[in-house]
Design a protein around this ligand. Structure first.
Ligand code: ANZ
Length: 859
């Protein structure tokens, strides 16, 4: 066998073998334990980037490992194919989005195959396939009938020049990306899914997700944002109106000195009709963002509405203001302002000369609390609060709730930050929302599904071509037979990515969205993807899963049992200044000088040898020009090196900082492995290991082999630290390099070492493992080999190494038989020449033995 490593040849051969034997095709088998491993599917942007490579390598390693454990493993792949970039490409290059997308899929699929990922390609689909999106259209019509899908007005970004709605990404610095003019906010009817109906369940379900990272759970919990509080009614003086507010701090109710309502609140809108100052203020608020983050950064401002509200407990009246920090979309769109104990209210009161009143004091009198300086926002004891004075937060919460419930001016309630999910987009390249608008303005589900998206469209400007497609727009109201107009909104692409994991179980079912195969495979046992999806995608998918469950399509409650969020792929940036701004230089054009600790001390351009600036390490991106194209790496080094490198450089959940020289290091390791194995094979067959004939040298290597198996198994399985697993195998190869016994029995143990290395690395570098496994004389491929087992008898140590101290100072290292008792250990320690020298003439007063570790002679 050739002793030099030729990745290109062996990789092609292995891939051909897998393809011909359909090695990764999988069928349901109720007698076998299943394992469904899924990596987040890519958007077909054109080429794989290093983030994809990392994501898919992790998923592939886990899949192949689980398969070697004997499980029935499903690892599918597909395409998140709808979305804006295809439309932008269509506008720029005049190619229909479908064509652009399918070309990209073709190319990227080739790249994935070249990396040797073990996917069941028979299950592949793209979300733009009509046989895929028809089922989400079907589910949507079901949800519509159940009242879980509905239409209401919502704000969009409107480009007044292009006369179209813009996605958030198309708004740059408040201006349309093409027109460059300021974007307006417009309210138009849009489709929503009632995720808020599931808010409580989505929150409670988090507690069952023990296989998810804590930070993702926390982000979801905060996003759902459950708050317990009271809704209180403040009657408006001199009329029948009631101002309802939501508060989580009823204990502060005696400190209310004014009320604040949102710009869109009915009381503000009404006041604006007769007050131009208020009208102007509301108009100005319309230009700001509406998210909490937008509101946080605003200078607190407002106007008095000229009306007063009556306090539901004291009966006093307080003025009502419109304020820019109150969100219409949260609670009731109104707050009782307590400037003594809420910092926003305090700042607002200061700015507008409103009263600030203290009603909470710290329990501990020594705690500083001066509300003339800032609000005291901690919970404490109620002061100056009528019959509630002296109570704690909890006591007053209950007492105030009871009193208000009695007087019918308040009630306990729970509020969620989570809003209903707006699923409609005014875009072309998406799945059509399957609804019709009837002549009388009514809405009916499209009677025939799928509502197919016309693919052969031409873009004129940015307006969705659907708006001009007569044959698409024209429909017939199924009830009356009268003409109807088809909905031109398409679904947010998050809708498709919310259920693809389920469709992979039965992608060929033409009669139903899902079937019993989904019950066999779900939940996904291991989901792998970027932490940037911690909230939206992962929350929507959990929601969709519950919708499908309630439709009787799946029977578990959660879609993903275990989640691994991989870290970023980062790289050094380099630049040159031109006219005061930085021009980023790709790392491959730079020669870098390092000091002995690996720190960068200088960098020069390859072309002119002149220095370039060294910027920060950042996420690989086009804007910083610091991306590495995986394709060129695969071409230069082969897939196994790229896979090994990405898994070796960092634990999967941490950032990976790109380093060219380490890629070469990974290749050197694989060459050495190949060469060691080839030389061994070329020396001829080796007999099986005869356990009774081993000497201590053999036993040492066998111990190393089985310690490595134990460590790698634990690292891959429980810890998911593939980097330390690889390091352990590298050590084993080093130990094998030092093992020079070429006797029959020596060669038998060496073969055990090589076979173990091949098996342990098979999930990570499957091509080289495939070749070497056959070269070692096996008849079935390594993908079907069982994961190696630890031989406990090999772990038993013959000797252990002890540290010997004299009066606490290290004086010797001593190998003693593993079964030596305390007396024998003391005897051996005292007989060491160096130890004797340091004891000298002094009498030995005590000998301390820490078993298996240390002997300390005190004299
Ligand atoms: C009086 C009060 C006194 C409040 C105090 C806080 C501290 P979470 O916990 O996030 O649910 N709030 C209610 N609706 C609002 C809206 N639409 N826009 C802006 N703020 C709103 O927050 C609940 C608290 O946020 C409520 O409790 C209310 O202010 C405010 F010392 O009421 B609080």
């Amino acid at each position: 066998m050739d002793e030099s490593y030729k990745p290109n040849e062996i990789e092609q051969e292995a891939q051909r073998f897998w393809e011909q034997n359909k090695s990764f095709r999988v069928v349901e088998d109720s007698r076998r334990e299943k394992f469904y491993c899924l990596s987040m599917f890519p958007y077909p942007s054109g080429r794989l980037h290093m983030g994809h490579v990392r994501n898919y390598t992790i998923g592939d390693v886990i899949s192949r490992y689980q398969r070697m454990l004997g499980k029935n493993v499903l690892q599918p792949m597909g395409w998140d194919a709808f979305g804006l970039p295809a439309e932008n490409a269509a506008i720029q290059n005049r190619v229909p989005p479908a064509q652009w997308t399918r070309q990209n899929i073709e190319y990227m699929k080739g790249q994935l195959k070249r990396l040797g990922f073990g996917y069941d390609w028979d299950r592949e689909f793209a979300t733009c396939d009509r046989d895929y999106y028809r089922w989400e259209q079907w589910l949507f019509t079901r949800l519509y009938e159940k009242g879980l899908a509905y239409r209401k007005h919502a704000v969009v970004n409107w480009d007044p020049v292009d006369q179209t709605v813009l996605a958030n990404e198309q708004v740059v610095d408040g201006k349309g990306w093409r027109s460059g003019v300021a974007v307006e906010r417009r309210e138009i009817p849009q489709w929503f899914l009632k995720i808020t109906d599931y808010a409580d369940e989505l929150l409670r379900g988090l507690e069952t997700l023990s296989g998810w990272p804590e930070n993702v759970i926390t982000m979801q919990r905060n996003w759902i944002g459950r708050s317990e509080g009271l809704e209180m009614d403040f009657p408006i003086a001199g009329g029948d109106d009631v101002l309802k507010i939501f508060t989580t701090r009823p204990d502060t109710v005696f400190g209310v000195t004014y009320m604040a309502v949102a710009a869109e609140h009915p009381l503000s809108v009404r006041a604006a009709q007769s007050d131009s100052d208020v009208a102007a203020f509301i108009e100005e608020c319309g230009h700001h963002g509406v998210t909490e983050a937008d509101v946080e950064t605003l200078e607190k401002d407002g106007r008095p509405l000229g009306i007063e509200a009556t306090h539901p407990i004291t009966g006093e009246t307080v003025p009502v203001w419109v304020a820019n920090f109150v969100l219409m979309s949260y609670g009731t769109g109104a707050v009782m302002a307590v400037p003594g104990h809420d910092q926003r209210d305090w700042e607002f009161a200061r700015a507008h000369g409103l009263r600030i009143k203290q009603v909470i004091a710290p329990w501990d009198e020594t705690t500083p609390c001066d509300i003339s300086e800032c609000a005291y926002t901690e919970k404490g004891v109620l002061v100056d609060s009528g019959q509630f004075t002296g109570m704690s937060f909890e006591q007053s919460f209950d007492a105030i709730a009871q009193q208000l419930e009695r007087t019918q001016l308040g009630r306990r309630c729970v509020n969620f930050r989570l809003r209903d999910w707006g699923v409609s987009r005014q875009r072309d390249w998406g799945a059509p929302v399957p609804m019709l608008q009837t002549e009388d303005g009514g809405l009916v589900p499209a009677p025939e599904l799928p509502v197919e998206l016309p693919e052969n469209v031409e873009f004129e400007g940015v307006r969705s071509p659907l708006l001009n497609l007569r044959e698409f727009l024209q429909a017939v109201d199924p009830k009356t037979g009268r003409p109807a107009r088809r909905e031109t909104d398409t679904f947010d692409t998050f809708v498709e990515s919310s259920w693809y994991y389920a469709r992979f179980c039965c992608p060929d079912n033409e009669a139903a969205m899902l079937d019993e195969r989904a019950r066999y495979w779900l939940p996904v046992d291991q989901y792998v993807g970027g932490v940037e999806h911690a909230v939206l995608h992962l929350l929507y998918a959990r929601f969709f899963h519950k919708l499908m469950r309630d439709e009787g399509l799946v029977d578990c409650d959660e879609p993903f049992a275990n989640l691994l969020t991989q870290g970023m792929v980062n790289a050094q940036t380099f630049f040159r200044e031109h006219d005061g701004h930085r021009q980023w230089i790709p790392p491959k054009d730079v020669i870098v000088q390092y000091d002995a600790d690996g720190k960068i001390v200088g960098a020069a351009h390859r072309k002119d040898g002149l220095p370039v600036g060294v910027g920060p390490v950042e996420k690989m991106s086009k804007s910083k020009n610091n991306g590495v194209d995986p394709q060129s790496l695969i071409d230069d080094f082969g897939a196994d090196t790229v896979r090994l490198y990405t898994m070796f450089t960092a634990p999967p959940d941490q950032a990976l900082v790109w380093n060219d020289s380490a890629v070469a290091g990974a290749e050197r390791f694989l060459s050495r492995l190949w060469n060691t194995a080839a030389r061994h094979v070329n020396e001829g067959a080796a007999p099986p290991v005869d356990l009774s004939a081993l000497d201590s040298n053999h036993r040492d290597l066998r111990r190393k082999i089985h310690e490595t198996i134990a460590k790698v198994t634990d690292d891959i399985d429980r810890r998911q630290t593939f980097n330390t697993a690889i390091a352990a195998v590298m050590e084993l190869l080093n130990a094998l390099g030092r093992f020079e016994d070429r006797s029959e029995i020596g060669r038998a143990v060496a073969r055990e070492a090589i076979s173990s290395i091949v098996l342990l690395l098979a999930p990570i570098v499957p091509h080289i493992a495939h070749s070497l496994w056959f070269a070692l004389g096996h008849e079935t491929p390594v993908v079907d080999a069982p994961w190696p087992k630890v031989d406990p008898s090999a772990l038993v140590k013959d000797e252990i190494l002890l540290v010997v101290q004299v009066n606490g100072k290290l004086r010797a290292r001593l190998a003693v038989p593993a079964d030596a008792d305390k007396g024998r250990v003391e005897e051996l320690a005292l007989s060491d020449a160096n130890v004797r020298k340091f004891i000298g003439e002094k009498p030995v007063r005590k000998i301390i033995v820490v078993e298996g570790k240390l002997v300390n002679v005190v004299c």
